[in-house]
Every structure is written in structure tokens, then in C-alpha cells.
Ligand binder design. Structure first.
Ligand code: GH3
Ligand code: MG
Ligand code: MG
Length: 545
């Protein structure tokens, strides 16, 4: 731009100068020619109005500057301009006067000298004025050129291009203010990036600080939003689903697997996998990322994990808050995807960190809830759980017009086991009965440790009464033949079962449990290892006793 402006100024001055020179030369020659013409006409008039024509001719001939003068005969001649120094002017209808001036050479020399001087003066003027303009205008043009580049770079997030000038006037103030403004911007953006790094470690630094800060702030806002949403999620499954959605759709991961290490670090299970064939880890300790608590990266260290079976590159990121839960995200990628994966890892880590604390909190809460409703010895639900759910189940059963089978189970002569083999042997028998119950029930049924060696089984969605008795009989028989190893001996025990049916026997669920207890009492009374179904007679007996 600067060059263009200078060239234009130079051209205007140069062309103007040339025109001025040509015009001056033209005007000069015109004026001179007019003067000579006037001299010729004056001489003709001297001759014309003199009385002695010959003498007049002689006088004219003696004039300085006159080369030749003579009278020539010809008719109808007007002024003839031959050369610049030769004229033939008419004096009457038959004669003309021929006048030849001497000073043509001198005149021409003078003319060229004037033109030359004009040209030289003009060239000097052109050169001086161009130099002057160059000297005056260039710093301003340089300033604008510099400012343009600096603004361009600032627009692209680089605030390091300061302006420099030799100008000492108000421009210097403008430039100083602009430079300190750039400094301020640079410092602020660096500070924001530094603070962002606290929240998203390993944040990628881009050349364009403006875009970098804008992208990272947006990412941070999204991570924060994500955290708020998963805090309110009802269960861990929902959190995983959100995380998977982000990994798949936001970060465009084509192949990945999420492992969860649970159960006091004894169990590793696959939570989700997409096109992942990198590893099939069955024991937590075999997972290098989990064991070391560090990111495992096959780009930095090829073949670092001996469990990896695939050919792709992989990055495994452990995420944990150091408590009861650890997750591991295994990402597999091709060489073409490498750059993309590298750029998103810090953000994925930020999402995983946010998730891990909330997954852990929910996991611990679940565990506590589970513990509070589970019997420690047998792993079955306890009475508290029954109290929590029984009314809901009763209502559903009445609405769906189905039946609930209630089995109250008591081990026969259980005290003998304790007395003969000790309390631990008794515990072993309780565990064996629990296993029998679990293996003989459907998913919708559940077994509860109701009391010391008493168990309650709830059979849901029963359509026919006989089905209840069939299940009860299966349980009784299976336990009867179960060999239990206690204190290096094998023993066998039996159970008695009292059965009631809700809402057939009574519409009050707790009453139905009581009726099962009455039936159990009857089974014991009738010799044990028996199943007794409740009937109203049992109620009369109970009233009488
Ligand atoms: P019955 O056939 O009449 O049921 O005879 P029983 O010996 O089983 O008599 P009862 O049902 O009254 O015996 C209950 C015994 O169960 C008493 C208690 O010592 C024992 N017991 C209760 N809870 C536990 C436990 O958690 N572990 C062990 N080992 N024994 C328990
Ligand atoms: Mg008992
Ligand atoms: Mg008993």
C-alpha cells in the first residue's frame, strides 16, 4: 500500500512537471515568434511610409540583426512566413518586401537554453518534492502498514506484534497506548489459560489464544453442565450412558471400552465397549492403567501393555478419586486418528474426572443401601428390605389380579448343629440353605433372612396355587438331599415350610405372613420336614391355644 501511494504521488508530480516544462517552452516560442513578426511588420511600415524608398532600404539594411532586405515583384501576396527569420510582406498590389533577420541561431540557442533550464528546474523540483514527501509521509504509511499487520495478528490471537515508530508527535502517544493495550490483552489471556489449566490439566495451547480461550471456556462450561446433570442422575447406569454418548458423539471415538473395578478391587467388569478388541482383562491387577494409576499410551511407549491383542494404537486412562471405585477408559485408534485423539485427551480426562467422583459417590451410596438391606452371613435380603418393599408388591399384586406365595422356612432341629459342631458349623448350614433358595427361585422372586434360622420366600406373579406348593416342595427336597460339610463331616438337614397365599387367605400382607407362620408351626407339630398350607382351621387352633 505504501509503495502504491508513493508511486502515485511521484507520478502526479513528475507528469505535472513535464507538462509545465512543455507548456513553458511552447509559450516562450510563441511570444518570441510574435515579437519577430512584429519587428518584420515595423520594418515594412518604415519602408512603406518613407519618402525616399532607396534610402529607406539602405537604412533598413544597415540595421543590426538584418541579414538582407529587398523589394520583390509579385502580385496578391499576403504575409508569408518562410522561416522563423524570413518574411515576405506585401507593400502594394505588385510588390512585396523580403526581410531576412540575422539572429535565428542566437534565438534558437536561447530558446533551447530556456527549455533546458526549465527542465532542470523541474527535475530538481520533482526530486526535491518527492524526497520531501517520502520523508514526511513514509513514517505515517509505515505506521498504518504496521498497524494493519498487528491488528491482523491480534485478530488471530497473537498479541505480541508491537508497533514501533520514529515519530515523536501525538502518533507516539497513540502507538504507546496501543502497545500497552496489546500487553494487557496478552497478560489477561495468559492468566485465563493458566487458570483453565487448573481445571483442565494438559490443556492444549494453540497459537490463536483467542480461539483457544474461547474453545476451552466453552468446553469447561459443557463439563460443568455435564457434572450438574450427572449429579441428579438416578443411577450409575445413567451416568455411564451420558459419558458414552459424549465419547461417541462429541469426541467421535470409534473404538473404546470402559472397565469398572469394583467389589473392593476384586472384580473388573466391562461397562461398555464399541468396536474394541484391544484387551479382555479378567483380573484387575492385569490392567496396567489400573495398577499404576497412570495413563498408558502406546504412541509414547509402543507395546507397553502385554494384555493388548489388537494392532491399533491405544491410550488407557484410569479415572478414580482414590476410593472404592476405579474406572479405566481404553481408546483404540488408527494412525490417521492419532492427531485427533491427542487433541481431545485432556478434555476426555476432564470429563472422566468429573464422572469418577460422582460415580464413586453413587456407588458408595448404593453399597451402603445394599448393605443396610442385606444379611451379611447369607447375602440374602434382610427383614428391613422386606419392610421397604412389601406394601408396594402387595399393591401391584392386587392391581394385576395375581397371587403372592409366602413360604416361611425353618430348619428342623437346628440347635443340634450348633450344640454338636459349634456355631460356625451352624452358620455353614444357614449358608447352604441360602444357596438352595437362590438356585430354586426365579428373578422376580426373592428370599429374605427373616430371623435366626428362619427364611421368608416371596413368590410373585403366581397364577395357580399349585405352583406355590411345587416350588416349596422343590426347595424342601433339594435341601433334604444337600450334603453339608461341617467340621470335616458331612451332614444333612431338613426344613419345615409354612405356606400362605396373598390375597387369597387375607388381603392384609402382614397378616398373610403371620398365617404362613401358623402353617409352619403346624408343620413342626406334625413331625417336621413337611410343607403345610394355611387354612382357617389353623386360625381357630391358634385362638384356642
Ligand atoms: P425346631 O425344629 O423346632 O426349629 O428346632 P430348632 O433347634 O431349630 O429350634 P429353634 O428353631 O428354636 O432354634 C433356633 C436356634 O437357631 C437358636 C439359635 O441358637 C440358633 N441360631 C439363630 N441364629 C443363628 C445364627 O446366625 N447362627 C447360628 N449358628 N445359629 C443361630
Ligand atoms: Mg426357629
Ligand atoms: Mg428351627
Amino acid at each position: 500500500m505504501k509503495k502504491r501511494i508513493l508511486i502515485w504521488i511521484f507520478l502526479v508530480i513528475t507528469v505535472g512537471g513535464v507538462f509545465f516544462t512543455a507548456f513553458t517552452a511552447y509559450r516562450f516560442s510563441n511570444i518570441t515568434e510574435l515579437a519577430i513578426k512584429h519587428s518584420a511588420e515595423t520594418i515594412r511600415n518604415i519602408y512603406l511610409y518613407s519618402t525616399n524608398k532607396d534610402e529607406a532600404l539602405n537604412v533598413i539594411r544597415d540595421m543590426p540583426n538584418i541579414e538582407d532586405v529587398k523589394i520583390i515583384r509579385n502580385k496578391n501576396i499576403h504575409t508569408i512566413y518562410q522561416n522563423l527569420n524570413t518574411f515576405i510582406l506585401p507593400i502594394n498590389s505588385d510588390e512585396s518586401i523580403f526581410i531576412q533577420f540575422k539572429f535565428l541561431k542566437e534565438f534558437e540557442n536561447q530558446k533551447y537554453q530556456v527549455i533546458l533550464e526549465t527542465i532542470i528546474i523541474n527535475i530538481l523540483f520533482i526530486v526535491i518534492s518527492n524526497l520531501l514527501i517520502n520523508w514526511l509521509v513514509t513514517p505515517y504509511l509505515n505506521f498504518f502498514e504496521d498497524l494493519k499487520r498487528s491488528i491482523q495478528q491480534a485478530k488471530n490471537g497473537n498479541f505480541n506484534r508491537k508497533l514501533h515508530t520514529k515519530l515523536k508527535n501525538e502518533m507516539k502517544d497513540v502507538i504507546d497506548t496501543y502497545n500497552s493495550f496489546l500487553d494487557q490483552l496478552d497478560k489477561n489471556f495468559n492468566l485465563i489459560t493458566k487458570n483453565l489449566q487448573i481445571l483442565i490439566p494438559k490443556i492444549p495451547r494453540k497459537k490463536d489464544k483467542l480461539v483457544s480461550v474461547q474453545e476451552n471456556m466453552e468446553m469447561l462450561a459443557n463439563i460443568n453442565k455435564f457434572k450438574k446433570i450427572i449429579e441428579d442422575d438416578a443411577n450409575i447406569g445413567e451416568i455411564y450412558n451420558r459419558l458414552i454418548d459424549i465419547l461417541e458423539h462429541k469426541f467421535k471415538l470409534n473404538s473404546f471400552k470402559i472397565y469398572a473395578i469394583l467389589n473392593q478391587k476384586k472384580e473388573i467388569k466391562v461397562v461398555y465397549q464399541k468396536n474394541a478388541n484391544c484387551c479382555e482383562i479378567k483380573i484387575p491387577a492385569l490392567c496396567r492403567a489400573y495398577r499404576t494409576g497412570k495413563e498408558i499410551n502406546s504412541i509414547k511407549f509402543p507395546h507397553i501393555c502385554s494384555e493388548c491383542m489388537g494392532n491399533n494404537n491405544y491410550i488407557c486412562i484410569p479415572f478414580s478419586t482414590g476410593g472404592t471405585f476405579t474406572g479405566v477408559l481404553n481408546i483404540n485408534f488408527t494412525e490417521e486418528e492419532e492427531e485427533h485423539i491427542k487433541s481431545i485427551i485432556p478434555y476426555i480426562e476432564a470429563y472422566l474426572n468429573e464422572s469418577s467422583s460422582i460415580i464413586e459417590a453413587k456407588y458408595t451410596l448404593n453399597l451402603m443401601k445394599q448393605n443396610s438391606v442385606t444379611d451379611q452371613l447369607t447375602g440374602l435380603y434382610n427383614r428391613r428390605y422386606l419392610e421397604e418393599i412389601i406394601n408396594k408388591i402387595a399393591a401391584t399384586t392386587i392391581r394385576s389380579d395375581s397371587l403372592i406365595g409366602i413360604l416361611l422356612i425353618d430348619i428342623d432341629y437346628f440347635k443340634q448343629v450348633n450344640d454338636t459342631f459349634g456355631h460356625d458349623a451352624g452358620d455353614e448350614v444357614l449358608k447352604e440353605l441360602s444357596k438352595v433358595l437362590i438356585t430354586n427361585l426365579r428373578d422376580s422372586d426373592f428370599a429374605i433372612r427373616f430371623g435366626g434360622e428362619e427364611f421368608l420366600v416371596i413368590l410373585q406373579n403366581i397364577k395357580k396355587e399349585e405352583d406355590i406348593l411345587k416350588v416349596a416342595e422343590k426347595i424342601r427336597k433339594t435341601f433334604e438331599i444337600t450334603k453339608i460339610v461341617v467340621s470335616a463331616k458331612t451332614i444333612k438337614k431338613t426344613i419345615s415350610i409354612g405356606v400362605s397365599i396373598f390375597p387369597k387367605d387375607t388381603k392384609k400382607i402382614w397378616e398373610a405372613i403371620k398365617y404362613a407362620d401358623l402353617a409352619l408351626y403346624e408343620a413342626k407339630r406334625n413331625g417336621r420336614n413337611k410343607i403345610v398350607k394355611f387354612n382357617s382351621k389353623l386360625l381357630e387352633n391358634a385362638d384356642n391355644s
